[in-house]
Design a protein around this ligand. Structure first.
Ligand code: ADP
Ligand code: ASP
Ligand code: MG
Length: 308
């Protein structure tokens, strides 16, 4: 049995959150491959490290100094290392990345460094191997994921590591430059890793106890959806229920790997299982969930022989 876990930004935002993550990973020996996001918001009004990195990139582009902005990023990461009491020394890495940023290494390269550093820290903390996404996630010249090459190389690389941490969100272009997925893309990395190792389960750990029947930012205390089909999830996702990146469904769905959305802050909750089919005798609600966007309507037409 193999489980792949992806932890989102809030799950890895501080040393305190890292401790929760380690307890979750260590609770089951099957939890062998872990995909890490960059540190997210620690509190309302906080800034995600990814956004701080985009800011750095903007400063470089406008020829403004980045020292202050870069020091703030370094300080956030270093505080996690210090508070966890790790012997990890990233001094030279920080300098190398700062210099690369100053030498116009690109917007995606800048954004990707949050995942890179956080995965390094998590690997050191867990005692897991670190596998850089730039050596296993491949994009094609046209910017889309090279599905076959990634699946083959990732499977081969992971087979050499009993336990590993892989940074989410980015991969490499044929010319060697770093490219990211769109925002929230660590979900996609998790899904690709789960498929490559033919995982039994893809656990997506976040800050809510599963897919909720409505957006918690609009509705107070919505109930959790215990089980949902990939298809229903897709419908809710493109209507704005953005707990999981849309493109994260395809790789695992194809390989019949269920996704389990879980809450890092409440690991005792079973979360939401995303599966291909839900037996009708297991469904106790007529409506699975509600999502919406202003000025957006959907017309769904379904019938046998539609394409005829
Ligand atoms: P992560 O950083 O872990 O990837 P995200 O912020 O991408 O987390 O996704 C989790 C957030 O999605 C929740 O905190 C919640 O605000 C939001 N969300 C929107 N719609 C829903 C929904 N229907 N169910 C659960 N969460 C939802
Ligand atoms: N850190 C990236 C973002 O903020 C990717 C992710 O969190 O999934 O979009
Ligand atoms: Mg997300």
């Amino acid at each position: 049995m193999v489980k792949v876990l992806k932890f989102g930004g809030t799950s890895l935002a501080s040393a305190e959150q890292f401790a929760k993550v380690a307890a979750i990973v260590r609770a089951e020996p099957e939890r062998r491959y872990v995909v890490a996001s960059a540190p997210g918001k620690r509190f309302d009004g906080d800034t995600k490290v990814t956004d701080m990195l985009y800011d750095c990139y903007r400063l470089v582009k406008s020829n403004d100094p980045i020292d202050g902005a870069f020091d703030a990023i370094r300080a956030r990461l270093q505080s996690i290392i210090d508070e966890l009491g790790l012997a990890l020394d990233l001094t030279q890495d920080f300098e190398r990345v700062k210099s690369a940023l100053l030498h116009h290494s690109g917007r995606d390269y800048a954004a990707s460094r949050g995942e890179y550093f956080n995965a390094r820290i998590l690997a050191a903390y867990l005692g897991y191997d670190f596998i850089d996404a730039e050596s296993v996630i491949f994009f094609k010249e046209n910017g889309t994921l090279d599905v076959e090459k990634t699946d083959a190389e990732l499977a081969a690389a992971l087979a050499k590591h009993e336990r590993a941490v892989i940074p989410g969100f980015y991969g490499v272009m044929p010319n060697g430059t770093i490219k990211t997925f769109s925002r929230g893309g660590s979900d996609i990395t998790g899904s690709i890793v789960a498929r490559a190792v033919r995982a039994d389960l893809y656990e997506n750990w976040t800050d809510v106890s599963g897919m909720l029947m409505a957006d918690p930012r609009c509705v107070k205390n919505p109930r959790v959806i215990p089980t949902i089909t990939y298809r229903e999830l897709r419908e809710l996702s493109y209507m704005g229920a953005t707990v999981l990146h849309e493109d994260a469904v395809f790789p695992v769905r194809q390989a019949s790997i269920p996704i389990n959305i879980r809450n890092t802050n409440r690991p005792q909750d079973s979360g939401t299982m995303i599966v291909e089919h839900v037996a009708s005798n297991k469904v106790d609600t007529v409506i699975t969930g509600v999502a919406g966007k202003p000025g957006f309507s959907v017309i769904a037409i379904e019938k046998d022989g539609m394409n005829a």
